[in-house]
Design a protein around this ligand. Structure first.
Ligand code: DMJ
Length: 463
């Protein structure tokens, strides 16, 4: 590896140390507010259970940060409140991808028993959420009382990205514990999704867990839809080569056809993007949707298409590369050097404008840049990643420790939003670090990243 890549890798590692140092001001709370030196707990009435450090465990292992890791391990062993005391509604999806996924991945990397115990303990408390008339999980559960509900803001329907992004974590937990109840709960959800496959392969954003009827016609690879599609591909990758995994390959291919035929658009300025869809394209793209660039490339790289399928593997990689460039340009063209939360295409001019101009320290663009680099080896991806990292250093870093999101990336000196999301440590910095690391560090044929960037070990088993 070149000296320059080594130096950049070290700079990203230093950024993680700085982010973690900020969090240490509110040790054991869930998330850090770096400007006010305050905190945010997921359940307001609780004292917090260390969400940020749980979400960061595997990043510390990958970066070789022994001191931070030992301190966190000690917290998990001795100081973390019992999950049974957390008395308030918590998101089944967020808790699965960050806490169950964080512990499973940390266990996969270290074989430290406590991580598996905690993953199992949390998953056991989430499982009652699947006891709905259909088996589609309720969105929220109280870890202490077990009471569960849907979100009123979602018309009491379950959300596509949420019900479809539990499978990697729960399946791996079954593999590790030998207890199939986790596998069975999430597989039932996928069986329902398979039986309800829309003709065009495009799944609407909401479905009732009570009746199993769709509650919306809207399709998006951004908010509320994104990781459902990601997990179709990754369920196949997790158990690739086994009979059970093939059905996810075909479900993914069916959705890919719908996406490429209806939502992938090239503007007359040459920008490829994935629009939203409701019978016709809506030319809005969420930052969240930028993950799909890497997803396309990853599927193509692993030859997800069977011979004769309209969307060849080569075309998937090329489309991934084109969409990655668009997402990178949303950063490069902002005065701050950071991309906005949403952007909109003007179909006449073929150019885009920022919509919601915040930046929440999100990972999706660097995630796709990292995957594109692993898939193609093209050095321009490292250059792009480095430019984004430098912009984050310049605009988001707080001198006393931590990094903050931004209120308006369309200005040169954006105001801070005073929030360090845990996924900044779990995802954004991990993907940047891996971008500058040799390929044998978390090889992509041996690990599948969950949607919170927690690498889960690939184990072909025949469930
Ligand atoms: C993360 O929690 C996950 O990446 C999720 O899939 C989407 N939202 C955030 C990051 O933007």
């Amino acid at each position: 590896m070149s000296d320059s890549a080594n130096e950049k890798r070290k700079a990203v590692r230093d950024a993680f140390i700085h982010a973690f140092k900020g969090y240490e001001h509110v040790w054991g709370k869930d998330e850090y507010r770096p400007v006010s030196k305050g905190y945010h707990n997921w359940i307001a009435s609780s004292k917090g259970f260390g969400m940020t450090l749980i979400d960061s465990l595997d990043t510390m292992v990958i970066m070789g940060l022994k001191q931070q890791y030992e301190k966190s391990l000690n917290y998990v062993k001795n100081d973390m409140p019992s999950f049974s005391t957390i008395n308030g509604g918590i998101s089944v999806f967020e808790t699965t991808i960050r806490v169950v996924g964080g512990f499973v991945s940390a266990y996969d990397l270290t074989k430290e028993k406590i991580f598996l115990e905690k993953a199992k303990d949390m998953a056991d408390r989430l499982l009652p959420a699947f006891s709905s008339p259909t088996g589609i999980p309720y969105s929220e559960i109280n870890l202490k009382t077990g009471s569960k509900k849907t979100f009123a803001w979602a018309n009491n329907c379950a959300i596509l990205s949420e019900l479809g992004s539990l499978q990697l974590e729960f399946r791996r937990l079954s593999e590790l514990t030998g207890d199939m109840k986790y596998h069975n709960a999430v597989t039932k959800v996928m069986d329902i999704m398979e039986s309800k496959k829309p003709d065009n392969g495009l799944y609407p954003l909401k479905i009732s867990p009570t009746s199993g009827s769709w509650c919306s016609n809207y399709v998006s690879l951004g908010a509320l839809g994104d990781s459902f599609y990601e997990y179709l591909l990754k369920q196949w990758l997790l158990n690739r080569g086994t009979k059970g995994a093939e059905k996810y390959r075909f479900m993914y291919m069916a959705t890919l056809k719908g996406i490429f035929e209806n939502m992938v658009i090239k503007s007359n300025q040459g920008y490829t993007y994935v629009a939203e869809y409701e019978g016709r394209a809506h030319h809005k793209v969420d930052h969240l949707a930028c993950f799909a660039a890497g997803m396309f490339a990853l599927g193509g790289y692993f030859n997800v298409s069977t011979p004769g399928f309209q969307i060849s593997n080569k075309r998937q990689i090329e489309t991934g590369a084109e969409f990655t460039r668009t997402c990178y340009e949303t950063y490069a063209q902002m005065p701050s050097g950071i991309g906005p939360e949403t952007f909109h295409f003007d179909t006449a001019s073929g150019k885009f404008n920022p919509g919601v101009s915040t930046y929440l320290l999100r990972p999706e663009t660097v995630e796709s840049i990292f995957i594109m680099y692993r898939v193609t080896g093209d050095e321009k991806y490292r250059e792009w990643g480095w430019k984004i990292f430098q912009a984050i250093e310049s605009k988001c870093k707080i001198a006393s420790g931590g990094y903050s999101g931004l209120r308006n990336v369309a200005t040169q000196s954006p105001v801070h939003d005073d929030f360090q999301q845990s996924f900044f440590l779990a995802e954004t910095l991990k993907y940047l670090y891996l971008l500058f690391s040799p390929k044998h560090i978390i090889p992509i044929d041996k690990f599948v990243f969950n949607t919170e960037a927690h690498p889960i070990r690939v184990t072909p088993t025949n469930h």
